[in-house]
Design a protein around this ligand. Structure first.
Ligand code: HEC
Length: 112
């Protein structure tokens, strides 16, 4: 009986753990943010940076190191960031979204 209660407790704890994993927010999708925006105020990066992020109205960013992109986004979101377009973008991205988007952009081929 004692043993059975122990197993029951273990079982209940496992159920709770599985519930916690299922409730965790999904990891942001960097590719989706680049192509469609984040649905929370950040427009698609490609709408200004070009279809392959090789530049257009905005500088080429494809293939730049992820750490560089994250640091630029943090700059634009900070009081030192004076570019209105990128301030809007950067402040609308969560820290996790900045990392996800930077990882994706870094994985793209750079434009010479
Ligand atoms: C509304 C247009 C617009 C959108 C949308 C946009 N950008 Fe920008 N971005 C710009 C402009 C303009 C600049 C250049 C600003 C400057 O001169 O500092 C820039 C600069 C940058 C830079 C710095 C480039 C460098 O080498 O100095 C990064 C990194 C960047 N954007 C990333 C992004 C990401 C990631 C997204 C999507 C989440 C995005 N941008 C969406 C207009 C945009």
């Amino acid at each position: 009986m004692q043993m059975r209660r122990k197993y029951l407790a273990l079982f209940m704890t496992s159920i709770a753990a599985i519930g916690a994993i299922a409730a965790a927010p999904p990891k942001p999708d960097g590719a989706q943010i680049v192509h469609e925006g984040n649905g929370a105020g950040a427009p698609a990066c490609m709408s200004c940076h070009g279809p392959t992020l090789g530049g257009g109205g905005a500088p080429a960013i494809a293939g730049k190191p992820a750490a560089y992109i994250v640091s630029r986004l943090e700059h634009y979101a900070s009081p030192q960031g004076h570019n209105p377009a990128m301030r809007q973008v950067a402040t609308a991205l969560s820290p996790q979204e900045r990392v996800a988007v930077a990882d994706y952009i870094a994985s793209l081929p750079a434009h010479p």
